[in-house]
Design a protein around this ligand. Structure first.
Ligand SMILES: [Zn+2]
Length: 280
């Protein structure tokens, strides 16, 4: 009888433990499952947004002409146009920033940029160019830039070569989409073991000057690290570059070694000039 009672108690405790374990397991499994589902859906939505937002926004973009108001330092943009995510010889610096619309320009500037890429492909078919920050579709303050506010400013990441062959600057969130990559005074980047391709850069800028002219635009200035400018001007097209474009010699607040900043004159303004001492 005593043994039966003891066995009964043990059996009762075992059952209690089983139920408790089962219950807690049930709870443990259900909550993570829900969280996992929410996480997966959230991740998928963000991934889809990042992957396709720029293309979708471009598809629904208004055909109305753009208009740049004010100056690059204090202005805005009407009917801004986004650059494509990529083309045969170029790509954007990052999917996320362009999904947010940071690749918007005055429509005619966008057309000149694309036309220049098409032209430079004939001279440097092996090079893939990378464009950087532009502005918001409606312009205005775009941190951390001082300018880039009215659709007339664009950054281009420097074309590079590695081991004698054309390469592409690696840009991602871990290196601030290329903006934290640095080059020494010889144009060498230790972190990515590559060198600025000054020939390709010179060709690209000349093609951009030609394309701007064809669009009835003109380039106001090209901001590029003063200590690297002699290497650019030493290329075959360096002299033509100096004759056609203005390169301020004053060092700006950021070095501009990993990218060159281009400002266009305002085509929507009488004597459309913006004389500011600042920079990109
Ligand atoms: Zn800039």
């Amino acid at each position: 009888m005593y043994t039966n009672e003891l066995d009964g108690r043990h059996a009762y405790r075992r059952e209690q433990r089983r139920l408790m374990t089962r219950g807690s397991t049930h709870i443990r499994l259900r909550i993570p499952k829900k969280l996992r589902l929410v996480g997966i859906i959230g991740f998928a939505v963000i991934a889809l947004f990042v992957a396709f937002a720029n293309d979708a926004a471009r598809a629904f973009e208004s055909d109305a002409p753009s208009r740049s108001l004010g100056t690059t330092e204090d202005g805005s943009l009407v009917n801004g146009k986004r650059l494509p995510t990529s083309g045969t010889n170029f790509r954007a610096y990052g999917r996320l920033p362009i999904a947010l619309g940071r690749n918007s320009l005055h429509g005619r500037v966008r057309d000149a940029v694309l036309s220049a890429y098409a032209q430079v492909e004939k001279r440097h078919p092996e090079t893939t160019f990378v464009y950087g920050e532009c502005g918001w579709p409606s312009g205005g303050r775009i941190r951390p830039h001082v300018t880039h506010r009215n659709g007339l400013s664009i950054d281009f990441m420097v074309p590079v070569s590695s081991e004698g062959r054309s390469a592409m600057l690696r840009t991602h969130s871990g290196n601030k989409y290329g903006y934290s990559v640095h080059f020494d005074t010889h144009g060498w980047c230790e972190a990515q073991q590559c060198r600025i391709d000054f020939d390709a850069m010179a060709s690209h800028l000349l093609c951009l000057a030609d394309a701007a002219e064809a669009e009835g635009l003109s380039i106001w200035r090209v901001i590029f690290a003063p200590d690297l400018q002699p290497l650019l001007f030493a290329t075959e097209k360096g002299k033509a570059l100096q004759e056609r474009l203005t390169f301020p010699e004053k060092q700006s607040w950021v070095r501009h070694d990993e990218h060159y900043h281009v400002d266009f004159h305002n085509p929507d303004k009488e004597n459309g000039e913006q004389v500011v001492p600042g920079d990109a």
